[in-house]
Design a protein around this ligand. Structure first.
Ligand SMILES: O=C(O)CCC(=O)C(=O)O
Ligand SMILES: [Fe+2]
Length: 750
């Protein structure tokens, strides 16, 4: 995709999370509630000023002018995160007409004026002016979407030719319901950041207040039309002629297509960062010299607590941190085909003011980029009904799968159906709709029991759903039937070999007692890890293998690679590592099995409350990072409940390297915590949950053993949870059914 309009809508191959394109937002609007405490550019939504300015502003006690013009913008902060360097000290330009709008530069102000701000600015108008009245009306009712709409309308009315509203896809808007019906019917799907107000208004209006939604919209339309006429804009007559219905339908389309932005402001992120750091106490002490900053740290806590209390509140998510919420319109965002399981996600990078188009799941060659226009999940029939009204085709693969499976009506698929089952199964897998994938694979296995590839994929889908035991059973069964049929399946054989070779699974109490390697008290409060990771990761307190053993494993792996086919690069599907499976290295396997039994499993059991006999290694392999081979491993999550990295050579033998665990919602790519494991040491973490990767090495060689471990217990509980949830949902549905007064005599519920 090249242009900001997002014209090119097919992708080449992208993995989950890959950035496909970047674009500038067309129009932005920050909510009034967050404007004062988290000041951002009126046009592009970049945070204004320096980190210091932002922290001072977050108390909301000073006006923007006071914050930015008090001459101390560059004051140093006690902690300086890398991303803060991207903030622009001094980059604040206030609208010279005095409306209060603040911009990141004069250029941004000029461009806003060119687009719409010269008309919409209330800096030099009286209370009698229609545009003033428009703003008061929308503000009163929290109608942020009408404010954003005004920007689009003015921009369009400035054009001489009726070129269509920029990228809005008017044909789609025409088929929609006007905003007043949309609010009534689809209220819950409104953009998150202003739904509260709009729903409140909806409620008060339905209670018989003087005005109606339609009345408010007619007033808005009238004020705006008059303004365009008074300013003599070329498109004024056109706007008036299109009428209020059209205006209200476009509001609906804007609401559906705009991007709802909600993130911590720099001050919020800073405070969060301070509180997550081990040296928060130190930082707080240094803040004594900077009273404004100290106050800012405490301003969001209810009482005058100490730093430890604040840290606890923050860890529990109880501390309110200053944030930015806004609506954002990007022309390109209206052009994607709808899918209930969209292939892309749109997110906003505030420091650069860019919209990122990211892959939501694996996108194969030429796969269409799709976006979901419905904000909250609705029932499938409601979705279809809605799409019909906006004349959109449903490209949703869930629908296609349902239709296809229902087509069998309990019968068996025929030979001719197999390729369609394969294709839908692959699509479901790529889109991470694993239960659909399982249903499709099960259907296929009804007629092709000896198809190893289907057994393999079926097991993978189950494992990805967290149903480890069932997935393993599928692999085992698949391996048996394919072997019996005389055409064993390579990958199933490898998987079986891995399990046969890990023999440490002992329930022998004596063995367990002699192990005695549970993590010590010091491990529980491991100061090598930041606080927020300690629930999900730990270092083992003592070495899990000797230095000689580490060396023996490296030598064995290298000589295996020399004598056989080198290192493998194809063993892992989405994030390929340069590795050798542990079960191909008999010496390594013996050492590892001992280490698992004596050290690693007891430690996991104790730290995460597991039973030893529930733990099972799913995969274990020696990885080699080198300058002329694999240098890093992209950010990912593992197919595991717990993952472990065992260091095999000293960290002094390579530059860079280590595991990087990234924080969700980081301001900067690569922001995260780096963990380095010394030879013989081990680090264990929730590999299926924490996003992590192998950090780039800059010199030398890094050898590790990576382990993927599952727990049978977690799976059982997960399945129970799902079943419980389903029960609750069914109960709720039944209750609703009764409330609605069912009149069907044959109804099963009544
Ligand atoms: O390099 C590391 O320590 C991490 C390896 C890893 O994440 C993996 O193999 O899945
Ligand atoms: Fe990993």
């Amino acid at each position: 995709m090249e242009s900001s309009a997002g014209e090119v809508l097919t992708a080449s191959r992208y993995e989950y999370g890959d950035k496909i394109a970047r674009a500038e937002p067309t129009f932005c609007l920050q909510t009034p509630q967050t404007k004062a405490s988290s000041p951002c550019c009126y046009r592009c939504l970049k945070p204004l000023g320096s980190l210091y300015d932002q922290v001072v502003a977050c108390k909301g006690e000073k006006t923007l002018r006071e914050v930015f013009l008090d001459g101390r913008r560059d004051k140093e902060m006690p902690w300086s995160p890398r991303w803060a360097r991207k903030l622009q000290p001094g980059g604040v330009y206030l609208c010279p007409r005095g409306c209060g709008a603040a911009f990141c530069s004069e250029e941004c102000f000029r461009r806003a004026d060119e687009d719409h701000h010269d008309v919409l600015c209330v800096g030099n108008v009286t209370e009698e002016d229609p545009i003033y009245k428009y703003k008061v009306l929308t503000l009163e009712h929290g109608l942020l979407v009408y404010e954003l709409l005004a920007q689009v309308v003015v921009h369009q009315a400035k054009q001489k030719e009726p070129s269509g509203w920029p990228g809005l896809g008017l044909d789609k808007a025409e088929g929609l319901m006007p905003f007043w019906d949309y609010v009534a019917d689809y209220g819950p799907s409104l953009a998150g950041c202003y739904r509260e107000e709009v729903l409140q208004v909806a409620e008060s209006l339905s209670g018989g207040g003087g005005k109606t939604w339609r009345g408010i919209t007619e007033d808005c339309f009238g004020f705006l039309a008059t303004t365009l006429e008074e300013k003599g804009l070329p498109g004024a007559a056109r706007f008036r002629a299109e009428g209020v219905d059209h205006f209200a339908k476009t509001a609906t389309w804007l609401d559906m297509t705009c991007i709802s932005v909600d993130h911590l402001s720099p001050a919020g992120r800073y405070i969060d960062g301070v509180l997550k750091r081990e040296d928060a106490g130190d930082i707080a002490r240094r803040l004594e010299d900077a009273p404004e900053l100290k106050e800012a740290l405490y301003v969001f806590a209810e009482e005058d607590n100490d730093v430890e209390d604040l840290q606890d509140y923050n860890d529990e998510g109880e501390l309110y941190l200053p944030s930015v919420s806004a609506l954002m319109f990007w022309e390109g965002a209206t052009k994607f085909t709808h899918s209930c399981k969209p292939s892309i996600a749109l997110s906003f990078s505030p420091l650069e003011s860019k919209i990122d188009v990211q892959a939501n799941h694996l996108l194969g060659d030429g796969a269409g980029m799709t976006r979901c226009y419905l904000r909250d999940s609705e029932s499938h029939s409601e979705t279809l009904d809605f799409l019909k009204r906006i004349r959109m085709e449903c490209s949703c693969s869930t629908c296609r799968t349902r239709e296809f499976l229902e087509g069998f009506e309990g019968g068996q698929p025929r030979q001719g159906d197999l390729s369609a089952l394969d294709a839908l199964g692959k699509l479901a897998f790529d889109e991470e709709r694993y239960s659909d994938a399982c249903e499709l694979y099960e259907k296929r296995l009804e007629v092709s029991k000896q198809d190893g590839e289907t057994w393999h994929n079926y097991g993978r889908a189950l494992v990805n759903m967290g149903r480890w035991s069932k997935g393993y059973e599928a692999w085992k069964l698949g391996a048996e039937v394919t072997r019996e049929s005389g055409s064993p399946h390579d990958e199933l054989e490898t998987l079986m070999a891995a399990h046969r070779y890990f023999t440490y699974r002992t329930t022998d109490a004596e063995d367990r007692d002699s192990a005695g390697a549970e993590p010590s008290e010091e491990d529980e409060a491991d100061d090598r890890l930041p606080r927020h990771l300690r629930q999900d990761a730990f270092f083992l307190g003592s070495p899990v293998m000797t230095l000689d053993e580490c060396k023996e494993i490296i030598d064995e792996a290298e000589s295996h690679a020399r004598e056989k086919n080198g290192w493998s690069t194809k063993r892992h599907y989405s994030v390929p590592t340069t590795d050798l499976p542990a079960h191909a290295l008999p010496g390594c396997l013996g050492i590892l099995n001992r280490s698992l039994r004596d050290h690693i499993f007891p430690a996991i059991a104790s730290k995460f409350g597991e039973e030893l006999e529930d733990l099972q290694v799913h995969d274990a392999f020696v990885i080699k990072y080198s300058m002329d081979g694999q240098k890093f491993l992209p950010i990912h999550t593992d197919q595991s409940h717990y993952s472990a990295t065992i260091g095999l050579n000293p960290t002094s033998e390579y530059g860079g390297g280590g595991i990087i665990i990234v924080e969700d919602g980081g301001f900067e790519e690569g922001e995260g915590h780096v963990v380095k494991v010394e030879e013989g040491g081990a680090f264990v973490f929730r590999g299926g949950e924490l996003s992590h990767g192998g950090r780039n090495i800059t010199s030398g060689i890094r050898y590790i053993i990576a382990l993927f471990i599952f727990s049978h217990r977690e799976e059982e509980e997960d399945v129970e949870d799902i079943e419980e949830e389903e029960d609750v949902e069914e109960e709720e549905e039944q209750e609703e059914h009764h409330r609605d007064g069912c009149e069907d005599e044959t109804c099963n519920h009544c």
